[in-house]
Structures are given as structure tokens and as C-alpha cells.
Design a protein around this ligand. Structure first.
Ligand code: UDP
Ligand code: MG
Length: 335
């Protein structure tokens, strides 16, 4: 079997009500854009009947392929699975809720055929998101771009086209904490940006609450910046300087005017303040240590229960085999 020209990667988590609509919308558009495509559907441990619906669609269209993970690993892990398995010459991750408009596919593929290696889709306005989500995401991008290199492009989600060379580069990044936006940006390559307006979710509700988003943001920052680790030595240096000056002042004052003892309230507040700061700095170290802990365990990022649609390539052409053993990312990606 030939490798498809375009691979779409779709993570699915409890999206049964979006299933029919997704394929009805995406497949005709895709078939206008290319003659050879695959839609790699990664079922991320859905508890509803997403998996059986995906199989039903696959029985009508063999270009729909299914990777069923053994449980819910989260969107980033599901995307990693898709990236590892997709064999297309260009790869496009896309949400199942149609918030990544398939109408943009045509322009993305054209830009790629014209030589771009990465085609980013940027949200022009985020009217579909709540005020709080827009504000928090703006702060996050602002903070991230100050702390981490390379900065991630603002208002660009996972929806993008990546050439095979970019995907192969991405597959070499071995880390377990998969902040995909950061990893996508880290690999670089020749990029162009297209703008779009982000529509509302087609059906169902978002799978990300604010706690999940908070942890996601922390993951992004602690995985891509070591500033929270290093800042404390500069801060400590500053505080020590102030303390030395203050001590000199106290000694001089005692010599000149004698001892005077009040100062209980100021002593207590300084102790509390610095204990708080010490705990924050220890917490920041804890964030890194917990990430080191996760990395050294070397567990696979995801586990595959079953794959459908990839067998065909085993018979005819070994080179188009997905180079991912059932049970995790390729060995090369683990080193
Ligand atoms: N998703 C997933 N695993 C999860 C959470 C979400 O595969 O644990 C998928 C979900 O099915 C959808 C995509 O990730 O296809 C984006 O999720 P969602 O629309 O809830 O995110 P939002 O657009 O609200 O940021
Ligand atoms: Mg969505």
C-alpha cells in the first residue's frame, strides 16, 4: 500500500455526538484536496460509544484508521500516538469537535505544496471562548514567551500542517511530558501562518476544565524554561546584600546610640515572608524533580490496545508499516 499524501490525526475522547458530523464534513473536503489520505483516529479511552462509531465509519471508508489506546492518556499523548503512527507525507492534527475548520485544509495543503514545511493556523478572534479563558490564555502566552525559547506562536493551537521531515524530527523528541505546542515550536523549520476564526464546538462540551488547563500551563512552562529554578539564586543574592547592609546599619546604630529591643512585629513578618518565599522556591524545585522522576521512569507515553487499518500495509510493503510497536513509541524515540 502506498503511503498517503495527507494524514489527519484526530484525538477522540467521549465525542460520540461529533462522530457522524465530523466525517460528513471532513471527508468530502479532504477528497477535493487530495486523492490519497488517511484519517488516523486515536480513541483516547472514551467511555461512550465513540470507538464503535469510529469502527462503523471505518467499515464504510477504509481511509479511516483507528488506534485504540488502553485508557485515557490525555490529548497530548493521543496526539503523540497519532504522530508516531501516521505515515502521510504531510500530517495535520485536528480536533474532533470541528473547532479546527476543515475549510482551511485546502489553503494549508496548497501552501505546503508551494514549499512551506509547517503551515500554522492562527485564530484571529476567540469569540467562541469565554472571557476568562481568553484572558488566561493571553497571560499564559505572554509569560511563556518571556520565559521560554523558542516562544510559541500566539493563538496557534495544535491545528497545523507539518511536512514529513518535521514529523520525523518531532518523533525524535523523547520526553514524557508532551506539551505538543512547545514541541511543535521547538523543532522549527520553514513556517507560514494562515488566519481563521475559531467556531464554537460542534456538539458536546469541552474536555478541559480550569484545573486541567492550569496543570497544562504549568507543564508548558516547567518543561520549556528553567527560569523558575534559577531565579532563586539571584533573589537569594539580592536578599543577602540587603541583609549585610542592614546588619552594618544595626552595628553602627548600636555603637552610636546603644541597644534598643522592640521589633517583634517586624521580625515576625520578615520571618513569615521569607518562609513563604523559601517554600515557593522549594515548590518550584519540586516541579522539576517530579518531572525528572517521570522522565527517568521511562514509561511509554501511551499504550495501544488495538489498531485497525494498518494491517494492509504489513502485507504489501514493509516500509509503510507504522514504525510503532503496539505498546508505545518507537525504541529510537526512547533513547
Ligand atoms: N481530547 C482527548 N483526550 C482528552 C481530552 C480531549 O483526546 O483527555 C480530545 C477531544 O476529544 C478533542 C480535542 O482533544 O478532539 C480537543 O478537546 P476540546 O475540544 O475539549 O478542547 P478545547 O477545544 O475546549 O480546548
Ligand atoms: Mg474544542
Amino acid at each position: 500500500m502506498q503511503k498517503p499524501e495527507i494524514s489527519i490525526i484526530v484525538p477522540w475522547y467521549n465525542e460520540a455526538e461529533n462522530c457522524a458530523h465530523f466525517f460528513e464534513t471532513v471527508v468530502p473536503i479532504l477528497e477535493d484536496v487530495t486523492v490519497s489520505y488517511e484519517i488516523v483516529c486515536v480513541n483516547d479511552g472514551s467511555k461512550d460509544d465513540t470507538f464503535s462509531l469510529l469502527r462503523a465509519h471505518r467499515s464504510e471508508n477504509p481511509n479511516i484508521k483507528i488506534v485504540n489506546l488502553s485508557r485515557n492518556f490525555g490529548k497530548e499523548a493521543a496526539l503523540s500516538a497519532g504522530v508516531d503512527i501516521a505515515s502521510g507525507r504531510a500530517v495535520i492534527p485536528m480536533d474532533a469537535d470541528l473547532q479546527d475548520p476543515p475549510e482551511l485544509l485546502d489553503a494549508m495543503v496548497k501552501a505546503w505544496r508551494d514549499g512551506a514545511q509547517v503551515v500554522l493556523a492562527r485564530r484571529m478572534d476567540r469569540q467562541s471562548d469565554s472571557v476568562l479563558k481568553r484572558a488566561t490564555s493571553r497571560w499564559f502566552y505572554e509569560l511563556f514567551s518571556r520565559m521560554a525559547k523558542p516562544a510559541i506562536p500566539k493563538n496557534v493551537g495544535d491545528y497545523r500542517l507539518m511536512d514529513r521531515i518535521v514529523v520525523d524530527a518531532l518523533k525524535q523528541l523523547p520526553e514524557r511530558s508532551r506539551f505538543m505546542k512547545g514541541l511543535f515550536a521547538w523543532v522549527g523549520f520553514r513556517q507560514i501562518t494562515l488566519d481563521y476564526t475559531r467556531p464554537q464546538r460542534a456538539a458536546g462540551s469541552t474536555k478541559f476544565n480550569y484545573l486541567k488547563l492550569w496543570n497544562f500551563a504549568l507543564d508548558g512552562i516547567f518543561s520549556f524554561s528553567s527560569l523558575p529554578l534559577k531565579i532563586w539564586s539571584y533573589f537569594g543574592f539580592l536578599v543577602s546584600m540587603v541583609a549585610i547592609i542592614f546588619m552594618a546599619f544595626l552595628i553602627a546604630r548600636t555603637i552610636l546610640t546603644g541597644i534598643d529591643t522592640p521589633g517583634y512585629a517586624s521580625t515576625l513578618s520578615i520571618i513569615l515572608l521569607f518562609n513563604g518565599i523559601i517554600l515557593i522556591s522549594m515548590g518550584a524545585m519540586g516541579e522539576y524533580i517530579s518531572r525528572i522522576f517521570i522522565e527517568v521512569k521511562q514509561r511509554p507515553i501511551y499504550l495501544i490496545n488495538e489498531m485497525e487499518g494498518f494491517e494492509a500495509s504489513i502485507d504489501s510493503n514493509a516500509t509503510s508499516l507504522p514504525d510503532v510497536p503496539v505498546g508505545g513509541p518507537p525504541e529510537t524515540a526512547r533513547k
